[in-house]
Design a protein around this ligand. Structure first.
Ligand SMILES: [Zn+2]
Length: 215
């Protein structure tokens, strides 16, 4: 069955992690704006050339362009459906996505809000590091790097912290989220499409909650 969903939540809520699970286990296709922009340029498609021009000119990629890229991806189809991750980010983008899906005879099956407590989120993000080899995620509080200094997944010994995982920049990104993106929660609630899961649970517990929503 094809399922199209939006994962909604503040930076660090675990959207990327859960999206990866859905890709692996349900054959869904993850549509993240950054990846789409990179893929489009690499593919040399008509939209890709447009993106390359805009970015080369140092201009911002408009909603129209992103919607165009999403259209290209949707037209390619996906047996498992699509996950919108990081888009829509604003109310106008949500309207535009709705129009696009309507126009293609497609629909959104669920909008899943990953709820997190702000203070816990700040702690979770600033404590995060990843294995430089395999990308396994560690957390100083909940899942520390093993005492022998080796990644439990691949044995790697290099770990990195994202430069923007410091508290100030996280609060900045949170502010952006609350100003521009969090109104989408009310928007999709009013459309009867919103489901909420506890984003602060263990990865498998969150996954189970999402699976229950998707049925
Ligand atoms: Zn590793």
């Amino acid at each position: 069955m094809t399922t199209n969903i939006i994962l909604l939540g503040p930076p660090g809520a675990g959207k990327g992690t859960q999206a990866r699970k859905l890709v692996e286990e349900r054959g869904m296709v993850q549509l993240s704006t950054g990846d789409m922009l990179r893929d489009a340029q690499a593919s040399g498609s008509a939209m890709g050339k447009k993106v390359a021009e805009v970015m080369a000119a140092g201009q911002l990629v408009t909603d129209d362009i992103v919607i165009g890229l999403i259209r290209e991806k949707l037209e390619q189809g996906s047996e498992g459906g699509f996950i919108f991750d990081g888009f829509p980010r604003t109310l106008p983008q949500a309207d535009a996505l709705g129009e696009l899906l309507d126009g293609m005879g497609a629909k959104l099956d669920a909008v899943i809000e990953m709820q997190v407590d702000d203070e816990a989120l700040v702690q979770r993000i600033t404590a995060r590091s990843t294995c430089g080899d395999c990308g396994e995620v560690y957390n100083d509080i909940t899942k520390p790097i093993p005492a022998d200094g080796k990644c439990s997944n691949c044995g790697g010994t290099e770990f990195k912290r994202r430069a923007d995982d410091n508290e100030d920049s996280l609060r900045q990104r949170l502010m952006e989220y609350y100003k521009k993106t969090s109104p989408l929660i009310g928007y999709y609630y009013a459309k009867g499409q919103l489901s909420s899961v506890n984003g602060l649970g263990e990865i498998d517990a969150v996954k189970a909650e999402i699976a229950a929503v998707l049925g």
